[in-house]
Design a protein around this ligand. Structure first.
Ligand SMILES: Cc1cc2nc3c(=O)[nH]c(=O)nc-3n(C[C@H](O)[C@H](O)[C@H](O)COP(=O)(O)O)c2cc1C
Length: 368
């Protein structure tokens, strides 16, 4: 069955694709934020209870199904209710920086329709941790509506020197952790100069130890996930895994956007991080490598090129416990979560799995 919103999206997509990508995203955000969640549920066909085969517990949190929205889609925490109404189990807001900053000059987000891809160099445009914390807190305390699980992705300000990066993450953590289901530590955006150097052993150790220590002061356990780049060599990923496991991190998110340009059917000149279908194989390989290295000791959240149930399922079979997407929503529209969740249950059952967990990592050797 095609939901009414899918039909509408197919009609308006050609017009939207004539508008600058970031502006189109802002327009969609304004409409989603204004639309009553009950309408969205009706329009997308969401609201149907997901097949129990899809339920999973990750880092002590129960998820009704594995599919969520990746960081970058809702940087200000103003679309949480709308995302929930679209049928996702979780949304990762952010990246949020401690102080407000504008990001890079526009234009800074580019669609590549022929490859179902996007290149962005937004550069952590953020309204700052205090504003997001206020919005998040109000969303949490609106009793009338069901919320999806909320992850908060944190990063550093561009003008903070790398040696002081840790202070920035702690400020953002302090402001946001109490209303988050989990915190994602973003060390992998390619658009903040030097950020990816935090994959190095000593810097990562200092950062994670400081965050884990700070977490001890919270009244409940807030899982910390580390979001990694798809562009690291295996030896570097090994170091990341060693430090992450040793420090007590609760999970890994693989991956952020890539600086590579393989998988594009024609060369594209824009600088920035590439996402969508051309990232899919690279992300899947990183998921599988991390799954092998961690030996199931921490969950992996798979992101990169997911735009239907088959691509989500393949990430799960490579080793992902949860899956997220952003670019897929731009090309497939707001009906994607409902369709994906329904079809994923069918794929699992067709392969004879009675729980999602049984399927996690069954193909990891093939991909790593
Ligand atoms: C426009 C845009 C903005 C993004 N902003 C962020 C961000 O602020 N923080 C982050 O960790 N990832 C960010 N990402 C990366 C996504 O969360 C995701 O890791 C990546 O796009 C791969 O998934 P996809 O192929 O489903 O888009 C952004 C991606 C896009 C396309």
């Amino acid at each position: 069955m095609i939901a009414p919103l899918d039909t509408l999206y197919r009609l308006i997509q050609p017009m939207m694709f004539r508008v600058d990508a970031e502006r189109a995203h802002d327009l969609v955000g304004t409409v989603l934020a204004a639309c009553p969640p009950a309408w969205l549920r009706w329009l997308t066909g969401a609201g149907i209870v997901p097949d129990p085969v899809l339920s999973i517990e990750v880092a002590g949190l129960a998820f009704s199904h594995p599919f969520g929205i990746a960081a970058g889609f809702d940087k200000q925490a103003r679309l949480i209710h709308a995302c929930g109404a679209l049928g996702v189990s979780h949304v990762e807001i952010g990246t949020v920086t401690p102080r407000a900053q504008p990001g890079n000059p526009r234009p800074r987000m580019f669609r590549i329709p022929r490859d179902h891809a996007v290149i962005n160099r937004l550069g952590f445009n953020s309204v700052g941790a205090a504003v997001v914390a206020g919005t998040l807190h109000r969303a949490r305390h609106r009793q009338t509506l069901q919320l999806p699980r909320i992850g908060v992705n944190i990063g550093k300000n561009r003008d903070t020197p790398l040696e002081r990066a840790c202070d920035d993450y702690l400020i953002a953590f302090d402001a946001l952790a109490s209303d988050a289901d989990y915190i994602a530590v973003n060390i992998s955006s390619p658009n903040t100069p030097g950020l990816r150097q935090l994959h190095e052993r000593a810097a990562l150790r200092t950062l994670l130890d400081a965050l884990i220590e700070r977490r001890r002061h919270l009244p409940r356990h807030v899982p910390l996930f580390l979001k990694v780049s798809p562009d690291e060599r295996d030896a570097q990923l090994r170091q990341v895994v060693d430090v992450a496991l040793d420090s007590g991190i609760d999970g890994l998110i693989a991956t952020n956007t890539t600086l590579a340009r393989d998988g594009l059917s024609v060369p594209v000149n824009h600088a920035g991080g590439l996402s969508g279908r051309p990232l899919r194989a690279r992300a899947r390989r990183t998921i599988a490598v991390l799954a092998t290295m961690t030996e199931g000791r921490v969950p992996i959240i798979g992101v990169g090129g997911v735009d239907d149930a088959a691509s989500a399922y393949a990430h799960i079979r490579a080793g992902a416990h949860l899956v997220q997407c952003y670019t897929g929503l731009i090309y497939q529209g707001p009906g994607l979560p409902t369709r994906l969740v329904r079809d994923l249950a069918g794929l699992l059952r067709a392969d004879g799995f009675s729980t999602l967990r049984e399927a996690i990592g069954v193909d990891r050797e093939r991909w790593s």
